[in-house]
Design a protein. Structure first.
Length: 201
């Protein structure tokens, strides 16, 4: 059997197994708020050593923020081949050389907070089609940044204006929740919609 044909068969087998056991995997991969915050741990060995290296290469906090963003943005985005929930730790993203949007966003805030940029958090949002997206909100000095880990680093001094322009461009209809390794909060726009929505059937 040719190597290319064998690789295709192996890929089909992996997809079959993932589909077969997806319910069990999803159950095991569900995270509590505490576990979600732990994923963003700036004391993780890979995070801490990478942040230290990026800090040494940076002449200022702002340069460090940008270096951290470009480091994370260099990892290509991947998507699960089936409806399987999974989380990648920073060391797994480095080993794989790729990561999903949310995993990359979590890695970025961990790097920033390890590098003493304390006001950084992942924000999970929803677009007009009901799809979830993750980006990173950073506040430092008089400047706000929105890091789109699949796109660009946006910055400005008017945070509300920055957010409105970003949301409009990305067709985001509401922010759901935000977190880092210490905090977790739900946005009022999310809580209000949940309260006003019909209960699931």
């Amino acid at each position: 059997m040719a190597e290319e044909e064998e690789a295709k068969i192996r890929e089909k087998l992996y997809k079959l197994l993932l589909g077969k056991y997806s319910d069990y995997i999803n159950l095991q991969e569900q995270k509590t708020i505490s576990e979600l915050k732990e994923l963003a741990n700036p004391r993780n060995q890979v995070v801490a050593s990478t942040a230290e290296k990026l800090r040494q290469e940076s002449k200022s906090d702002f340069e460090f923020i940008k270096r951290a963003f470009y480091y994370i943005n260099a990892f290509p985005a991947i998507h699960a081949p089936t409806q399987v929930l999974y989380w990648l730790k920073p060391e797994e993203i480095v080993e794989l050389g790729a990561g999903e949007e949310l995993d990359k966003a979590i890695f970025l805030i961990a790097l920033l907070r390890a590098g003493k940029i304390s006001d950084a958090r992942v924000v999970v949002s929803e677009d007009a089609n009901g799809l979830k997206h993750a980006f990173v909100l950073i506040r430092h000095g008089n400047t706000a940044f929105i890091a789109d880990v699949g796109g660009k680093l946006h910055e400005g001094q008017d945070e509300e204006k920055l957010w409105k322009e970003f949301a409009e461009a990305k067709k985001i209809t509401r922010r759901l929740y935000a977190f880092n390794d210490e905090t977790y909060e739900e946005y009022e726009e999310y809580a209000q919609k949940e309260e006003n929505s019909a209960p699931p059937t």
